[in-house]
Design a protein around this ligand. Structure first.
Ligand code: TXE
Length: 481
Protein backbone atom coordinates (compact mmCIF):
# COMPACT_ATOMS: atom_id res chain seq x y z
CA UNK A 1 0.00 0.00 0.00
CA UNK A 2 1.18 3.49 -0.83
CA UNK A 3 2.89 5.38 2.00
CA UNK A 4 2.62 9.11 2.61
CA UNK A 5 5.98 10.11 4.04
CA UNK A 6 7.24 13.30 5.62
CA UNK A 7 9.32 15.62 3.40
CA UNK A 8 12.11 16.95 5.60
CA UNK A 9 15.30 18.64 4.41
CA UNK A 10 14.45 17.75 0.83
CA UNK A 11 14.06 14.02 1.43
CA UNK A 12 11.19 11.68 2.16
CA UNK A 13 11.33 10.13 5.64
CA UNK A 14 9.29 7.68 7.66
CA UNK A 15 7.77 8.96 10.92
CA UNK A 16 10.01 8.45 13.94
CA UNK A 17 7.18 6.77 15.85
CA UNK A 18 6.98 4.08 13.15
CA UNK A 19 3.20 4.58 13.32
CA UNK A 20 0.79 5.07 10.44
CA UNK A 21 -2.73 6.35 9.96
CA UNK A 22 -5.27 4.98 7.46
CA UNK A 23 -6.02 7.17 4.47
CA UNK A 24 -9.59 6.72 3.18
CA UNK A 25 -10.99 7.27 -0.26
CA UNK A 26 -14.37 8.88 0.56
CA UNK A 27 -15.87 7.95 -2.79
CA UNK A 28 -15.81 4.23 -1.91
CA UNK A 29 -14.95 4.11 1.81
CA UNK A 30 -11.75 2.11 1.20
CA UNK A 31 -8.35 2.61 2.84
CA UNK A 32 -5.87 3.15 0.03
CA UNK A 33 -2.75 4.60 1.65
CA UNK A 34 -0.92 4.88 4.96
CA UNK A 35 -0.06 8.29 6.39
CA UNK A 36 2.96 9.05 8.56
CA UNK A 37 1.67 9.57 12.10
CA UNK A 38 4.26 12.14 13.13
CA UNK A 39 4.91 13.49 16.57
CA UNK A 40 7.04 16.15 18.29
CA UNK A 41 10.26 14.33 17.33
CA UNK A 42 9.48 14.73 13.63
CA UNK A 43 8.63 18.39 14.19
CA UNK A 44 12.02 18.80 15.90
CA UNK A 45 13.76 17.27 12.85
CA UNK A 46 11.76 19.51 10.53
CA UNK A 47 12.60 22.50 12.68
CA UNK A 48 16.34 21.72 12.59
CA UNK A 49 16.21 21.50 8.78
CA UNK A 50 14.21 24.73 8.48
CA UNK A 51 16.49 26.53 10.92
CA UNK A 52 19.61 25.45 9.02
CA UNK A 53 18.10 26.57 5.69
CA UNK A 54 16.97 29.96 6.96
CA UNK A 55 20.21 32.06 6.81
CA UNK A 56 20.84 31.24 3.16
CA UNK A 57 17.22 31.38 1.99
CA UNK A 58 16.55 34.70 3.73
CA UNK A 59 19.57 36.13 1.90
CA UNK A 60 18.67 34.63 -1.45
CA UNK A 61 17.83 37.40 -3.91
CA UNK A 62 14.21 38.18 -4.62
CA UNK A 63 14.83 37.32 -8.27
CA UNK A 64 16.09 33.84 -7.40
CA UNK A 65 13.29 33.10 -4.94
CA UNK A 66 10.81 34.26 -7.53
CA UNK A 67 12.39 32.14 -10.27
CA UNK A 68 12.16 28.94 -8.18
CA UNK A 69 8.58 29.68 -7.17
CA UNK A 70 7.56 30.25 -10.79
CA UNK A 71 9.07 26.89 -11.61
CA UNK A 72 7.01 25.25 -8.87
CA UNK A 73 3.91 26.94 -10.35
CA UNK A 74 4.72 25.58 -13.81
CA UNK A 75 5.36 22.08 -12.49
CA UNK A 76 2.03 22.07 -10.65
CA UNK A 77 0.40 22.96 -13.96
CA UNK A 78 2.19 20.25 -15.87
CA UNK A 79 1.14 17.72 -13.20
CA UNK A 80 -2.48 18.89 -13.31
CA UNK A 81 -4.06 15.52 -14.08
CA UNK A 82 -2.04 13.57 -11.55
CA UNK A 83 -2.62 16.13 -8.78
CA UNK A 84 -6.33 16.49 -9.57
CA UNK A 85 -6.81 12.72 -9.48
CA UNK A 86 -4.96 12.52 -6.16
CA UNK A 87 -7.12 15.31 -4.73
CA UNK A 88 -10.29 13.52 -5.80
CA UNK A 89 -9.18 10.23 -4.27
CA UNK A 90 -8.45 11.94 -0.94
CA UNK A 91 -11.30 14.40 -0.77
CA UNK A 92 -14.23 13.08 -2.83
CA UNK A 93 -14.69 16.31 -4.78
CA UNK A 94 -15.67 16.15 -8.47
CA UNK A 95 -12.66 15.69 -10.75
CA UNK A 96 -13.94 18.52 -12.94
CA UNK A 97 -13.74 20.88 -9.94
CA UNK A 98 -10.24 19.76 -8.93
CA UNK A 99 -9.07 20.28 -12.52
CA UNK A 100 -10.77 23.64 -12.99
CA UNK A 101 -10.22 25.16 -9.56
CA UNK A 102 -8.12 23.41 -6.91
CA UNK A 103 -4.98 22.58 -8.85
CA UNK A 104 -4.87 25.67 -11.13
CA UNK A 105 -5.37 27.79 -8.04
CA UNK A 106 -2.49 26.04 -6.22
CA UNK A 107 -0.31 26.92 -9.18
CA UNK A 108 -1.49 30.54 -9.20
CA UNK A 109 -0.74 30.86 -5.50
CA UNK A 110 2.94 30.23 -6.24
CA UNK A 111 2.86 32.36 -9.38
CA UNK A 112 1.09 35.22 -7.65
CA UNK A 113 3.47 35.42 -4.67
CA UNK A 114 6.51 34.89 -6.90
CA UNK A 115 5.44 38.12 -8.61
CA UNK A 116 4.09 39.92 -5.54
CA UNK A 117 7.42 39.67 -3.73
CA UNK A 118 9.11 41.57 -6.55
CA UNK A 119 6.71 44.48 -5.90
CA UNK A 120 6.70 44.37 -2.09
CA UNK A 121 8.22 47.48 -0.55
CA UNK A 122 8.31 49.26 2.77
CA UNK A 123 7.78 52.79 4.03
CA UNK A 124 10.16 55.62 4.80
CA UNK A 125 9.21 58.52 7.10
CA UNK A 126 11.35 61.59 7.05
CA UNK A 127 10.92 63.74 10.20
CA UNK A 128 11.30 67.04 8.41
CA UNK A 129 13.08 69.77 10.38
CA UNK A 130 14.44 67.27 12.91
CA UNK A 131 17.22 65.84 10.75
CA UNK A 132 15.81 62.38 11.23
CA UNK A 133 15.07 59.69 8.71
CA UNK A 134 13.05 56.57 9.49
CA UNK A 135 12.73 53.59 7.26
CA UNK A 136 10.99 50.28 7.81
CA UNK A 137 12.75 47.02 7.24
CA UNK A 138 10.48 44.08 6.45
CA UNK A 139 12.46 41.08 7.60
CA UNK A 140 11.46 37.42 7.43
CA UNK A 141 10.43 35.97 10.77
CA UNK A 142 12.48 32.75 10.63
CA UNK A 143 10.86 29.34 10.84
CA UNK A 144 7.08 29.57 10.49
CA UNK A 145 4.24 27.03 10.74
CA UNK A 146 1.41 26.53 8.24
CA UNK A 147 -1.52 24.27 9.12
CA UNK A 148 -4.29 23.65 6.60
CA UNK A 149 -7.65 21.84 6.37
CA UNK A 150 -9.17 19.16 4.13
CA UNK A 151 -11.75 21.02 2.08
CA UNK A 152 -9.44 22.63 -0.50
CA UNK A 153 -6.31 20.63 0.28
CA UNK A 154 -3.56 21.82 -2.10
CA UNK A 155 -5.21 25.18 -2.73
CA UNK A 156 -5.14 26.24 0.95
CA UNK A 157 -1.83 24.54 1.71
CA UNK A 158 -0.06 26.55 -1.01
CA UNK A 159 -1.98 29.73 -0.14
CA UNK A 160 0.04 29.79 3.10
CA UNK A 161 3.35 28.31 1.99
CA UNK A 162 3.82 30.55 -1.06
CA UNK A 163 3.82 33.94 0.76
CA UNK A 164 5.82 32.46 3.64
CA UNK A 165 8.73 31.35 1.46
CA UNK A 166 8.46 34.34 -0.89
CA UNK A 167 9.10 36.57 2.12
CA UNK A 168 12.27 34.61 2.97
CA UNK A 169 11.01 32.37 5.78
CA UNK A 170 11.52 28.66 6.01
CA UNK A 171 8.45 26.57 6.68
CA UNK A 172 7.07 23.58 8.52
CA UNK A 173 3.72 22.78 6.98
CA UNK A 174 1.11 20.24 7.96
CA UNK A 175 -1.81 19.37 5.69
CA UNK A 176 -4.96 17.81 7.09
CA UNK A 177 -4.54 14.15 8.00
CA UNK A 178 -7.80 13.58 6.11
CA UNK A 179 -6.36 14.76 2.75
CA UNK A 180 -2.53 14.57 2.74
CA UNK A 181 -1.83 13.17 -0.74
CA UNK A 182 -1.32 16.32 -2.82
CA UNK A 183 0.84 17.88 -0.09
CA UNK A 184 2.95 14.72 -0.21
CA UNK A 185 3.34 15.08 -3.99
CA UNK A 186 4.27 18.75 -3.65
CA UNK A 187 7.56 17.70 -2.03
CA UNK A 188 8.69 16.04 -5.27
CA UNK A 189 7.73 19.13 -7.25
CA UNK A 190 9.71 21.42 -4.94
CA UNK A 191 12.80 19.23 -5.28
CA UNK A 192 12.46 19.21 -9.07
CA UNK A 193 12.06 23.00 -9.09
CA UNK A 194 15.32 23.35 -7.16
CA UNK A 195 13.90 24.67 -3.90
CA UNK A 196 16.85 24.34 -1.50
CA UNK A 197 16.61 21.58 1.08
CA UNK A 198 14.92 22.60 4.32
CA UNK A 199 13.11 25.66 2.94
CA UNK A 200 9.82 23.74 2.94
CA UNK A 201 9.30 20.80 5.28
CA UNK A 202 6.02 18.90 5.07
CA UNK A 203 5.04 16.86 8.09
CA UNK A 204 1.98 14.61 8.22
CA UNK A 205 -0.09 13.50 11.17
CA UNK A 206 -2.97 14.37 13.41
CA UNK A 207 -3.83 17.77 14.82
CA UNK A 208 -3.35 16.87 18.48
CA UNK A 209 0.07 15.29 17.79
CA UNK A 210 1.95 16.83 14.82
CA UNK A 211 -0.16 20.01 14.66
CA UNK A 212 0.03 20.66 18.37
CA UNK A 213 3.83 20.15 18.31
CA UNK A 214 4.16 22.90 15.67
CA UNK A 215 2.02 25.30 17.70
CA UNK A 216 3.86 24.49 20.96
CA UNK A 217 7.35 24.79 19.51
CA UNK A 218 9.08 27.70 21.25
CA UNK A 219 11.03 28.82 18.19
CA UNK A 220 8.32 28.68 15.54
CA UNK A 221 7.28 32.30 15.85
CA UNK A 222 4.32 32.56 13.49
CA UNK A 223 1.44 30.23 12.74
CA UNK A 224 -0.93 30.52 9.80
CA UNK A 225 -3.92 28.26 10.36
CA UNK A 226 -7.12 27.51 8.45
CA UNK A 227 -9.66 25.17 10.00
CA UNK A 228 -12.47 24.95 12.51
CA UNK A 229 -13.23 27.74 14.99
CA UNK A 230 -12.81 25.44 18.01
CA UNK A 231 -9.34 24.38 16.83
CA UNK A 232 -8.47 28.02 16.14
CA UNK A 233 -9.45 28.95 19.67
CA UNK A 234 -7.29 26.16 21.07
CA UNK A 235 -4.33 27.25 18.91
CA UNK A 236 -4.73 30.85 20.04
CA UNK A 237 -4.71 29.76 23.71
CA UNK A 238 -1.58 27.66 23.21
CA UNK A 239 0.31 30.26 21.19
CA UNK A 240 -0.61 33.42 23.10
CA UNK A 241 1.77 32.94 26.08
CA UNK A 242 4.64 32.52 23.60
CA UNK A 243 3.62 35.76 21.81
CA UNK A 244 3.46 34.13 18.41
CA UNK A 245 2.10 35.93 15.41
CA UNK A 246 -1.17 34.28 14.44
CA UNK A 247 -3.29 34.31 11.33
CA UNK A 248 -6.49 32.34 11.86
CA UNK A 249 -8.97 31.65 9.07
CA UNK A 250 -11.88 29.89 10.72
CA UNK A 251 -15.47 28.88 10.12
CA UNK A 252 -18.37 30.76 8.60
CA UNK A 253 -22.15 30.85 8.47
CA UNK A 254 -22.40 33.08 5.47
CA UNK A 255 -25.61 34.87 4.51
CA UNK A 256 -26.97 35.37 0.99
CA UNK A 257 -29.22 38.42 0.85
CA UNK A 258 -31.47 38.31 -2.20
CA UNK A 259 -33.48 41.43 -3.01
CA UNK A 260 -36.40 41.50 -5.45
CA UNK A 261 -34.54 44.02 -7.66
CA UNK A 262 -31.73 41.56 -8.49
CA UNK A 263 -30.92 39.98 -11.86
CA UNK A 264 -33.02 36.91 -11.01
CA UNK A 265 -31.68 34.31 -13.44
CA UNK A 266 -28.06 35.12 -12.74
CA UNK A 267 -28.73 35.10 -9.00
CA UNK A 268 -30.46 31.72 -9.19
CA UNK A 269 -27.63 30.03 -11.09
CA UNK A 270 -24.90 31.43 -8.83
CA UNK A 271 -26.85 30.68 -5.64
CA UNK A 272 -26.99 26.98 -6.54
CA UNK A 273 -23.19 27.06 -6.86
CA UNK A 274 -22.58 29.09 -3.70
CA UNK A 275 -24.73 26.60 -1.81
CA UNK A 276 -23.37 23.29 -3.06
CA UNK A 277 -19.96 23.72 -4.70
CA UNK A 278 -17.49 21.21 -3.25
CA UNK A 279 -20.45 19.56 -1.46
CA UNK A 280 -20.92 22.80 0.50
CA UNK A 281 -17.51 22.27 2.11
CA UNK A 282 -16.06 25.70 1.38
CA UNK A 283 -15.82 28.16 4.25
CA UNK A 284 -17.23 30.78 1.82
CA UNK A 285 -20.36 28.85 0.80
CA UNK A 286 -23.57 30.76 1.47
CA UNK A 287 -25.38 28.53 3.92
CA UNK A 288 -28.19 30.89 4.98
CA UNK A 289 -30.34 32.23 2.15
CA UNK A 290 -32.55 35.22 2.97
CA UNK A 291 -34.98 36.26 0.23
CA UNK A 292 -37.18 39.34 -0.02
CA UNK A 293 -40.78 38.32 0.67
CA UNK A 294 -42.22 39.46 -2.66
CA UNK A 295 -40.10 36.88 -4.57
CA UNK A 296 -39.72 34.26 -1.81
CA UNK A 297 -42.29 31.70 -3.04
CA UNK A 298 -41.04 31.99 -6.62
CA UNK A 299 -37.42 31.57 -5.48
CA UNK A 300 -38.27 28.55 -3.35
CA UNK A 301 -39.86 26.80 -6.32
CA UNK A 302 -37.15 27.69 -8.83
CA UNK A 303 -34.27 26.97 -6.45
CA UNK A 304 -35.55 23.52 -5.50
CA UNK A 305 -36.15 22.73 -9.19
CA UNK A 306 -32.53 23.57 -10.00
CA UNK A 307 -31.13 21.68 -7.01
CA UNK A 308 -33.11 18.61 -8.09
CA UNK A 309 -31.13 18.57 -11.32
CA UNK A 310 -27.73 18.29 -9.61
CA UNK A 311 -26.19 14.93 -10.25
CA UNK A 312 -24.75 13.10 -7.27
CA UNK A 313 -22.19 10.56 -8.30
CA UNK A 314 -18.70 9.16 -8.29
CA UNK A 315 -16.38 12.18 -8.31
CA UNK A 316 -14.45 10.83 -11.29
CA UNK A 317 -17.54 10.80 -13.57
CA UNK A 318 -17.51 13.84 -15.81
CA UNK A 319 -21.19 14.66 -15.27
CA UNK A 320 -21.01 14.59 -11.45
CA UNK A 321 -21.98 17.85 -9.75
CA UNK A 322 -21.94 16.57 -6.17
CA UNK A 323 -19.26 14.10 -5.12
CA UNK A 324 -18.68 12.43 -1.77
CA UNK A 325 -18.34 14.19 1.58
CA UNK A 326 -14.82 14.09 2.90
CA UNK A 327 -15.15 11.44 5.62
CA UNK A 328 -17.60 9.22 7.46
CA UNK A 329 -17.47 11.26 10.68
CA UNK A 330 -18.08 14.42 8.68
CA UNK A 331 -21.04 12.86 6.83
CA UNK A 332 -22.47 11.84 10.22
CA UNK A 333 -21.98 15.37 11.56
CA UNK A 334 -23.85 16.88 8.60
CA UNK A 335 -26.63 14.28 8.90
CA UNK A 336 -26.99 15.08 12.59
CA UNK A 337 -27.77 18.69 11.66
CA UNK A 338 -30.52 17.59 9.26
CA UNK A 339 -32.07 15.74 12.20
CA UNK A 340 -31.67 18.82 14.41
CA UNK A 341 -33.39 20.92 11.73
CA UNK A 342 -36.39 18.60 11.76
CA UNK A 343 -36.53 18.62 15.56
CA UNK A 344 -36.43 22.41 15.49
CA UNK A 345 -39.44 22.54 13.17
CA UNK A 346 -37.54 23.16 9.94
CA UNK A 347 -39.20 21.91 6.75
CA UNK A 348 -37.02 19.86 4.41
CA UNK A 349 -37.93 21.16 0.96
CA UNK A 350 -35.48 18.87 -0.81
CA UNK A 351 -32.84 16.24 -0.01
CA UNK A 352 -31.79 15.21 3.47
CA UNK A 353 -31.00 11.58 2.70
CA UNK A 354 -27.79 9.71 2.09
CA UNK A 355 -27.30 8.32 -1.41
CA UNK A 356 -25.99 4.98 -2.62
CA UNK A 357 -23.91 5.40 -5.76
CA UNK A 358 -23.74 2.34 -7.98
CA UNK A 359 -20.27 0.80 -7.95
CA UNK A 360 -19.27 2.99 -4.95
CA UNK A 361 -21.80 1.70 -2.42
CA UNK A 362 -19.66 2.47 0.64
CA UNK A 363 -18.93 6.11 -0.29
CA UNK A 364 -20.08 9.07 1.78
CA UNK A 365 -22.77 10.62 -0.41
CA UNK A 366 -25.56 12.94 0.68
CA UNK A 367 -28.33 14.68 -1.25
CA UNK A 368 -28.05 18.44 -1.53
CA UNK A 369 -30.46 19.60 1.14
CA UNK A 370 -32.70 22.67 1.27
CA UNK A 371 -34.43 23.48 4.55
CA UNK A 372 -36.99 26.18 5.23
CA UNK A 373 -36.53 27.57 8.73
CA UNK A 374 -38.63 30.00 10.72
CA UNK A 375 -36.18 31.57 13.14
CA UNK A 376 -32.63 32.75 12.51
CA UNK A 377 -31.80 31.75 16.09
CA UNK A 378 -32.28 28.02 15.37
CA UNK A 379 -29.16 25.86 15.60
CA UNK A 380 -29.02 25.09 11.88
CA UNK A 381 -28.83 28.84 11.24
CA UNK A 382 -26.31 29.51 13.99
CA UNK A 383 -23.79 26.65 13.80
CA UNK A 384 -21.43 25.80 10.96
CA UNK A 385 -22.59 22.60 9.24
CA UNK A 386 -20.03 22.67 6.41
CA UNK A 387 -21.88 20.37 4.06
CA UNK A 388 -24.47 20.40 1.27
CA UNK A 389 -27.16 21.96 3.46
CA UNK A 390 -28.72 25.42 3.10
CA UNK A 391 -31.59 27.13 4.84
CA UNK A 392 -34.17 29.53 3.40
CA UNK A 393 -36.00 32.37 5.15
CA UNK A 394 -37.96 35.37 3.85
CA UNK A 395 -37.42 38.98 4.96
CA UNK A 396 -39.50 42.11 4.52
CA UNK A 397 -37.13 45.03 4.99
CA UNK A 398 -33.46 45.81 4.46
CA UNK A 399 -33.08 46.31 8.23
CA UNK A 400 -34.52 42.89 8.95
CA UNK A 401 -32.26 41.27 6.35
CA UNK A 402 -29.20 42.91 7.90
CA UNK A 403 -30.21 41.95 11.40
CA UNK A 404 -30.52 38.30 10.41
CA UNK A 405 -27.33 38.34 8.32
CA UNK A 406 -25.35 39.76 11.23
CA UNK A 407 -27.13 37.74 13.90
CA UNK A 408 -24.53 34.96 14.15
CA UNK A 409 -21.17 34.66 15.87
CA UNK A 410 -19.38 34.28 12.51
CA UNK A 411 -18.39 36.99 10.03
CA UNK A 412 -16.47 35.51 7.12
CA UNK A 413 -18.29 36.40 3.90
CA UNK A 414 -21.67 37.58 2.65
CA UNK A 415 -23.31 37.75 -0.76
CA UNK A 416 -25.71 40.47 -1.77
CA UNK A 417 -28.01 40.36 -4.80
CA UNK A 418 -29.41 43.71 -5.88
CA UNK A 419 -29.12 46.14 -8.78
CA UNK A 420 -29.71 49.16 -6.54
CA UNK A 421 -26.43 51.02 -6.08
CA UNK A 422 -27.54 52.87 -2.97
CA UNK A 423 -28.57 49.62 -1.33
CA UNK A 424 -25.30 48.00 -2.39
CA UNK A 425 -23.33 50.66 -0.53
CA UNK A 426 -25.60 50.80 2.53
CA UNK A 427 -25.75 47.05 3.04
CA UNK A 428 -22.08 46.33 2.20
CA UNK A 429 -20.98 48.82 4.81
CA UNK A 430 -23.19 47.33 7.50
CA UNK A 431 -22.57 43.64 6.88
CA UNK A 432 -20.32 42.12 9.53
CA UNK A 433 -18.11 40.12 7.18
CA UNK A 434 -14.53 40.22 5.97
CA UNK A 435 -15.64 39.73 2.35
CA UNK A 436 -18.81 41.00 0.69
CA UNK A 437 -19.67 39.82 -2.82
CA UNK A 438 -22.27 41.82 -4.75
CA UNK A 439 -23.94 40.05 -7.69
CA UNK A 440 -21.20 37.42 -7.74
CA UNK A 441 -19.67 34.74 -5.53
CA UNK A 442 -16.16 33.35 -4.97
CA UNK A 443 -14.76 35.94 -7.32
CA UNK A 444 -11.16 36.23 -6.12
CA UNK A 445 -8.42 38.68 -7.01
CA UNK A 446 -5.43 37.43 -5.05
CA UNK A 447 -4.32 40.99 -4.24
CA UNK A 448 -7.36 41.58 -2.01
CA UNK A 449 -7.44 41.02 1.77
CA UNK A 450 -8.97 37.69 2.73
CA UNK A 451 -10.26 36.76 6.16
CA UNK A 452 -13.06 37.08 8.63
CA UNK A 453 -14.47 39.12 11.48
CA UNK A 454 -15.86 37.88 14.81
CA UNK A 455 -15.41 34.13 15.36
CA UNK A 456 -14.35 33.66 11.74
CA UNK A 457 -10.80 34.56 12.54
CA UNK A 458 -8.00 36.98 13.20
CA UNK A 459 -5.88 38.73 10.59
CA UNK A 460 -6.02 38.86 6.83
CA UNK A 461 -4.26 36.86 4.15
CA UNK A 462 -3.90 37.64 0.45
CA UNK A 463 -1.68 40.05 -1.44
CA UNK A 464 0.64 42.23 0.59
CA UNK A 465 -1.36 41.43 3.75
CA UNK A 466 0.13 37.93 3.66
CA UNK A 467 3.64 39.28 3.04
CA UNK A 468 3.19 41.66 5.97
CA UNK A 469 2.07 38.78 8.17
CA UNK A 470 5.12 36.72 7.26
CA UNK A 471 7.58 39.56 7.97
CA UNK A 472 8.58 41.57 11.03
CA UNK A 473 8.45 45.31 10.59
CA UNK A 474 11.51 47.00 12.05
CA UNK A 475 11.83 50.76 12.13
CA UNK A 476 15.35 52.14 11.68
CA UNK A 477 15.63 55.75 12.87
CA UNK A 478 18.70 57.70 11.70
CA UNK A 479 19.64 61.08 13.13
CA UNK A 480 21.97 63.04 10.91
CA UNK A 481 23.81 66.35 11.30
O1 TXE B 1 -10.96 20.73 11.32
P1 TXE B 1 -9.72 21.05 12.22
P2 TXE B 1 -11.85 19.42 11.28
C1 TXE B 1 -14.83 23.45 10.17
C2 TXE B 1 -16.02 22.63 9.75
C3 TXE B 1 -15.68 21.28 10.22
C4 TXE B 1 -14.99 21.60 11.52
C5 TXE B 1 -14.07 20.55 12.01
O2 TXE B 1 -17.17 23.09 10.42
O3 TXE B 1 -16.79 20.46 10.40
O4 TXE B 1 -14.26 22.75 11.24
O5 TXE B 1 -13.25 20.08 10.96
C6 TXE B 1 -5.20 20.62 12.43
N1 TXE B 1 -3.03 21.96 16.88
N2 TXE B 1 -13.84 23.62 9.12
O6 TXE B 1 -11.96 18.75 12.59
O7 TXE B 1 -9.59 20.04 13.33
C7 TXE B 1 -5.74 19.44 11.67
O8 TXE B 1 -4.84 18.35 11.75
C8 TXE B 1 -2.64 22.19 15.63
C9 TXE B 1 -13.81 24.90 8.52
O9 TXE B 1 -11.36 18.61 10.18
O10 TXE B 1 -9.79 22.46 12.59
C10 TXE B 1 -5.88 20.03 10.29
O11 TXE B 1 -4.62 20.07 9.64
N3 TXE B 1 -3.32 21.79 14.55
C11 TXE B 1 -12.66 25.09 7.66
C12 TXE B 1 -6.34 21.47 10.58
O12 TXE B 1 -5.94 21.71 11.92
C13 TXE B 1 -4.46 21.11 14.74
C14 TXE B 1 -12.03 23.96 6.99
C15 TXE B 1 -7.83 21.70 10.47
O13 TXE B 1 -8.52 20.74 11.22
C16 TXE B 1 -4.93 20.84 16.04
C17 TXE B 1 -12.10 22.75 7.74
C18 TXE B 1 -4.16 21.29 17.14
N4 TXE B 1 -4.51 21.06 18.39
C19 TXE B 1 -13.02 22.62 8.75
N5 TXE B 1 -6.09 20.15 15.92
C20 TXE B 1 -12.48 26.39 6.96
N6 TXE B 1 -12.51 27.50 7.67
O14 TXE B 1 -12.27 26.41 5.76
C21 TXE B 1 -6.34 20.01 14.61
N7 TXE B 1 -5.35 20.57 13.88
Amino acid sequence: MEKILNYINGEYREPQSGEWLDNYNPSNGEVYAQIANSNAQDITSAYEAAKAAFPKWSHTTIGERSRIMLKIATLIESNLDRLAEAEVKDNGKPLSLAKAVDIPRASSNFRFFANAITQFSSDAHESIGLNTMNFTLRQPIGVVGCISPWNLPLYLFTWKIAPAIAAGNTVIAKPSEVTPMTAFLLGEICTEAGLPNGVLNIVHGTGPSAGQAIVEHQNIKAISFTGGTKTGEHIARTAAPMFKKLSLELGGKNPNLIFADCDYDKMLAVTVKSSFANQGQICLCGSRIFVEKSIYEQFKKDFVAKVQQLKIGNPSDSDTNIGALVSKPHLEKVQSYIKIAEEEGGKILFGGKSVTVKGSENGYYLEPTVIEVYDNKCRVNQEEIFGPVVTLMPFETEEEALEMANGVKYGLSATLWTTNLNRTMRVSKQLEAGIVWVNTWLNRDLRTPFGGMKDSGVGREGGFEALRFFTEAKNVCIKYE
